[in-house]
Design a protein around this ligand. Structure first.
Ligand SMILES: Nc1ncnc2c1ncn2[C@@H]1O[C@H](COP(=O)(O)OP(=O)(O)OP(=O)(O)O)[C@@H](O)[C@H]1O
Ligand SMILES: [Mg+2]
Length: 259
């Protein structure tokens, strides 16, 4: 399907009755790469979890739509089937389910019954993607993320993203814990997906990832809102100067979100 649009409008999200997101507006179209930056604890991961429908995060206002369909009405698995993919900041370990089985059932969940991916085709595609990401083949038969190093987990998220053929990918700190070579490999994986049918939201703290994946748009989140948007010059300025200048420019008081 060509051209998806994920539209987030005035999104309010609470956790245990505490409001974390206070009106987020963001539109991601396929073909576009968006970076989201911002100080710790400002709600970036909350945004990612709310988009995917994590039950802990209560949406108290606003809307999320994918091609006009109400995402908030969808169950988590329906969101994945609709083409949303989240690479979590802290990927979960699932004991007893091999990486390969998990991948295959995730792919099949997005296909019609009776149109499951043929096993040989799946193995070939997985082998190719693992080669591309320079992953050890025995990772396919290990239990999902169990005992994986931090960097191996992140690389495995990209393996899933590449194989799932998602329409919109949300990558939460995909660069954290990666060594210098792994950072380049993960970036190479994301760049390989860049085409008019794929849009991406990349949550990151550092310019180092954006040196390899050039974002079309950079957004800054503070205190539960997107407070500033720009192009890649914005992330370069943040890298050089930190966040104080934005707070001054926008007259944002220094309050922690937990205050
Ligand atoms: N499950 C939860 N229970 C209680 N508080 C939570 C929960 N999840 C998030 N919070 C709080 O919500 C706020 C926003 O957290 P979030 O993880 O979205 O921040 P972040 O912008 O992703 O930060 P970081 O850059 O450190 O990853 C924080 O104050 C956090 O403590
Ligand atoms: Mg986070």
């Amino acid at each position: 399907m060509a051209g998806s649009v994920l539209e987030i409008k005035d999104l309010h999200v609470s956790i245990e009755d505490k409001e974390i997101l206070k009106g987020v507006n963001l539109t991601i179209k396929s073909g576009e790469f968006h970076a989201v930056m911002g100080p710790n604890g400002t709600g970036k991961s909350t945004l990612a979890s709310a988009i995917m429908g994590h039950p802990k995060y209560e949406v108290t206002g606003g809307s999320i739509t994918l091609d006009g369909e109400d995402v908030l009405e969808m169950e988590v698995d329906e969101r994945a089937r609709a083409g949303l993919f989240l690479a979590m900041q802290y990927p979960s370990e699932i004991s007893g389910v091999t990486n390969s089985d998990f991948l295959r059932s995730s792919i099949n969940a997005r296909r019609e019954e009776g149109d499951e991916i043929p096993l040989m085709k799946f193995i070939k595609e997985m082998d190719e993607a693992m080669d591309f990401l320079e992953m050890d083949k025995n990772m396919a038969q290990r239990y999902l993320n169990e005992g994986f190093s931090g960097g191996e987990k992140k690389r495995n998220e990209i393996l899933q993203l590449m194989m799932m053929k998602a329409e919109i990918g949300i990558l939460d700190e995909i660069d954290s814990g990666l060594d210098i070579d792994a950072l380049k490999i993960v970036a190479k994986g994301i760049n390989k997906l860049r085409d008019e049918n794929f849009g991406c939201l990349i949550i990151t703290h550092y310019q180092r990832l954006l040196n390899y994946i050039e974002p079309d748009f950079v957004h800054v989140m503070m205190q539960g809102r997107v407070v500033k948007s720009g192009g890649s010059e914005l992330s370069q300025r943040l890298e050089a100067e930190g966040y104080d200048w934005i707070k001054k420019e926008l007259n944002i008081e220094d309050e922690t979100i937990n205050a």
